[in-house]
Structures are given as structure tokens and as C-alpha cells.
Write a new protein. Structure first.
Lengths: 258, 229
């Protein structure tokens, strides 16, 4: 397999005061691949996600992103406007709390259309039609298009955030606990949705989750973090069924099976 | 098609004070195209561990697992995760004892999924899945229902359909008939025969002596682990 990576982190280190958040972390992500980062609270998963997506600057180490035309960019050396443009088009970020991403005073359709407009779409009819198509894909009723997000349930808000993120057909999406805080039945629906959309559109995803079952369902590969280090990485089913590191064994054996 | 040499596997249980449990030692297994090898031996001799290692689900400790993939021999014991995924996609199928699927996905799509990911159009993939499910006596009215609510035997048959649909050149079957009635066992036996006739190399675990006797070309007998010392 010599296909070049889409995103690569090398030697990432970050300290918050005396606390080590990341310690010598290397990560690779290939196009169309889903990588789960698991570990308990405080293990550095979300910090890693923020560093990989350029939202946080590491003390040392570098994150490379490969453009479709094969040019490599050092994510933390990119000028702020270029990174912003990237986040609005080829990249996406799905937060645990959809309110962080959505504009609560703008209609559902507006929330989806806004990202298209930010990328230069101008024709109102086209934008509305595309927004409608995306609401359908995430199973939100078409007649809710003009409603404000604050009238939506938690599960609907999360699906709206996903529609808003995917409408620009990003190549790379960062997800931070996308199913956290949702009812189990709503979770199942959302997982199924994420899985089918991501597979169909061949989107690469870095997924942070503390839920091992979510990682098993969605991810091709998994990286287990403990105290800022990646302690084990490999094929998802390999790492979960034949864990080697003591911490991974503890993590896997602590899961309640329903 | 498949060859292991000096395959060794043990588990280290860090939560039990680093207890080391050796399971496989020096396993040499050869399986040719069109041949079905059944792993035999009492419980606890490592049959499932061997099968899971062949699939790359368990990581071999030492030795090699060579698999003919896209015209070359790939060593599953040393391959990187993405290579193993490619081998599973094209070459190596595995029917486990239990079905693990996404909630909400209908039985028909669970079975058709492999074909869809290979780029086959939806109608063809679903039609192939439908005829395979019918052959395994899963009636049409169940095709649109997620298999989570199915009986054990029905789930196993969905799992079998999912495993056989892709025509993998190498197929690993873990107790393929364990929860099936006589009629469905006969269907599975015929599917195994058809696969062998097409040149599929099969490794199976099968405690049912009647089924084993008709599908096996050869038994590979495994014995409890003994320290070489």
C-alpha cells in the first residue's frame, strides 16, 4: 500500500502548564478512512483532534495535509484565512454539542445553505434545493426547513449539524463524540446515518469517542490514548478483540455488554 | 491458497498479573483451492484462535500466514492494517458464529453491503442478496427487517448469506450449521460444495459430525498446547 496519506501528524507534543496533553504522538489518515481515537476523559483525545485540525498549536511536531493536487501543507504554518477557508470547504468539524456549530437564530435550511454560500454559491433556488436534499438525507422533514433549530430535539440538531458539515462534500471531517449525550435509540439512527454517508461519499474521518461500541461500528482503524500517548493502534477489530496493552485490556474488559 | 508456517499465538493477561496463556505453537497448515479443511480437536485446543488469526482478527505472535491475494502471497501476520482490510475485502471471507450488525439496517442490505462496497449497482446487489436469502429459507417478508429481532437460526443464515455472497476465494467458516435445523443444514452443505466446485479454499470449524463428514476433504487435528520444554 503506497497510497499517500491525507493527513499526517508527526512527533506532536503539547503541555498545558505542567500537564502533558500530548506526548510524541504520530498519526496517519488515508483518504476515505475512518480512524477512531478512544481513551478515557483527560487522555488527550480531544486535544489531539484540535491539534490535527489546526485549532490548537502544538509545542512541537507537525501536521501535514495533502491537497487534492498533491501539494503538502503544514497545517500550523497556514495563514489563518487559508485555514478558515479549508474549514469551510474541504474540511468539516462535528462537535458533540451541535449548538457550537449551528446558528440558532437562522432557519434549518439557512444553516445548511450558509456553508454553501460561504463557498461562493449565490443562486437562492439552487441553495434551497441543495439544503432540502440534505435535510432529506439526514431524515429531517422537508416542512421543517424554515424552522429555527431551537425547536429541534437533540438528535435532530445533531443531524442538522451533519447536514451542514457534509453539504460542501468535504474530504476530511473531524468528529468529537458525535453521539455523546443522545438517547440510545437516537444514537443508533445517527451512527447508521454517519456510516452510510461517510462510506458513500468516501470521506476520511477522525472520530474521537469514549464509546468503544461506536468505534467498533464505524472505524477501520483505532488508536488508544492514555495520558497523552497513543499506547496501541491497529485494525479496530484486532485491537478490541486481541488487545495487547494493559490499558487497552482494561478499557475493553470494562465495557458492559447489553 | 493459504499456508501457515510455525504459527504461534499466546495471550498475555495484564489484568491477571501478566499471566501468559500459550494457545498455538508451530502450526503448519496448508489449504489448496477447491479444498475444505476442517479443524478438529476438543474444546480449548485453539481452533477458534487459529481461525481468528488467519483472518487477522487476532495478531499472530510469530510465524507466517500466507494468503494468495491479487496474484501475490501476502503475509497476514506481518501486513499493515490497510492491507489486511484489502485482503478481507477481495480474498478472505469469514462467517463468524454470531452476527454483528448496525442497528436499523434491513437484512437485505446487510447481505448486499459487501457487493455495494465493491461498486456493484444497488439493484444487482440486492437481487443477488435476495436470491441467496431465499435459498437459505429466509422469506421475503423478513428482508426489509433489521436482523436484530431474528431468531438465532435466522441470524446465522443471514450471516451465512453475507459470507457467501462475495465469492471470496478463501472462506473461513466458524460453526456454520450450529443453530440450524436439518433442512437448512442441507442447504449449507450444498453451498459449501458449490463453493468448492468453484475453487474456493475453505477452512471450517464444525462440531456436527454428519456435516463435517460430508464437507471435509481433510481434517486438521489440533491438540492441547504442550510446552516444548
Amino acid at each position: 500500500m503506497t497510497e499517500p496519506t491525507l493527513l499526517s501528524g508527526r512527533g506532536l507534543n503539547l503541555k498545558f502548564g505542567s500537564i502533558t496533553a500530548l506526548s510524541d504522538v504520530d498519526v496517519d489518515l488515508w483518504p476515505g478512512e475512518m480512524l477512531a481515537i478512544v481513551g478515557e476523559s483527560g487522555s488527550g483525545k480531544t486535544t489531539l483532534l484540535n491539534v490535527l485540525s489546526g485549532r490548537l498549536v502544538p509545542d512541537n511536531g507537525v501536521v501535514w495535509y495533502r491537497e487534492p493536487d498533491d501539494r503538502l501543507h503544514d497545517v500550523h504554518a497556514m495563514p489563518a484565512p487559508v485555514l478558515r477557508t479549508l474549514h469551510r470547504s474541504d474540511w468539516g468539524f462535528v462537535h458533540q454539542d451541535p449548538r457550537q456549530n449551528l446558528r440558532m437564530t437562522v432557519s434549518a435550511g439557512g444553516n445548511v445553505g450558509e456553508r454553501l454560500m460561504a463557498r461562493g454559491a449565490r443562486h437562492y433556488g439552487d441553495i434551497r434545493a441543495t439544503a432540502l436534499g440534505w435535510l432529506e438525507q439526514v431524515e429531517i422533514d422537508a416542512n421543517r426547513i424554515d424552522d429555527l433549530p431551537r425547536t429541534f430535539s437533540g438528535g435532530m440538531l445533531q443531524r442538522l449539524q451533519i447536514a451542514r458539515t457534509l453539504v460542501t462534500h468535504p474530504r476530511l471531517v473531524f468528529m468529537d463524540e458525535p453521539t455523546g449525550g443522545l438517547d440510545v435509540s437516537v444514537q443508533a439512527r445517527l451512527l447508521d446515518l454517519i456510516r452510510s454517508l461517510v462510506t458513500r461519499l468516501r470521506i476520511a474521518v477522525v472520530l474521537v469517542t469514549h464509546d468503544i461500541a461506536v468505534a467498533r461500528l464505524l472505524a477501520h482503524r483505532i488508536a488508544v490514548m492514555q495520558r497523552g500517548r497513543i499506547v496501541e493502534t491497529g485494525l479496530t477489530d484486532q485491537v478490541l478483540d486481541d488487545p495487547r496493552h494493559p490499558y487497552t485490556q482494561l478499557l475493553v474488559s470494562s465495557v458492559l455488554s447489553a | 491458497m493459504l499456508q501457515t508456517r510455525a504459527l504461534t499465538k499466546s495471550f498475555t493477561l495484564h489484568l491477571r498479573g501478566g499471566l501468559r496463556m500459550p494457545v498455538l505453537s508451530g502450526v503448519d497448515l496448508d489449504v489448496r483451492a477447491g479444498e475444505c479443511v476442517v479443524l478438529s480437536g476438543p474444546s480449548g485446543t485453539g481452533k477458534s484462535t487459529l481461525m481468528r488469526s488467519l483472518y487477522g482478527n487476532y495478531r499472530a505472535e510469530s510465524g507466517s500466514i500466507l494468503v494468495r491475494h491479487a496474484g501475490e502471497m501476502v503475509d497476514i501476520a506481518a501486513a499493515d492494517p490497510r492491507t489486511i482490510l484489502a485482503v478481507r475485502h477481495e480474498t478472505l471471507g469469514y462467517v463468524s458464529q454470531f452476527l454483528r450488525v448496525v442497528p436499523r439496517v434491513p437484512a437485505l442490505d446487510v447481505v448486499a453491503e459487501v457487493l455495494l462496497t465493491r461498486g456493484i449497482d444497488q439493484d444487482t446487489a440486492r437481487e443477488t442478496a435476495r436470491s441467496l436469502l431465499l435459498r437459505l429459507n429466509i422469506p421475503s417478508r423478513l428482508h426489509a427487517i433489521p436482523p436484530a429481532t431474528f431468531s438465532g437460526g435466522e441470524q446465522q443464515r443471514v450471516n451465512l448469506a453475507r459470507g457467501f455472497i462475495a465469492n471470496h476465494p478463501i472462506l473461513l467458516l466458524d460453526e456454520p450449521t450450529a443453530s440450524l435445523d436439518a433442512e437448512n443444514r442441507a442447504v449449507v452443505v450444498q453451498m459449501v460444495r458449490d463453493a468448492k466446485a468453484k475453487g474456493t479454499a475453505i477452512v471450517a470449524i464444525c462440531h456436527d459430525a454428519d456435516v463435517r463428514d460430508v464437507i471435509a476433504d481433510r481434517l486438521f487435528t489440533m491438540s492441547p498446547y504442550q510446552d516444548a520444554a
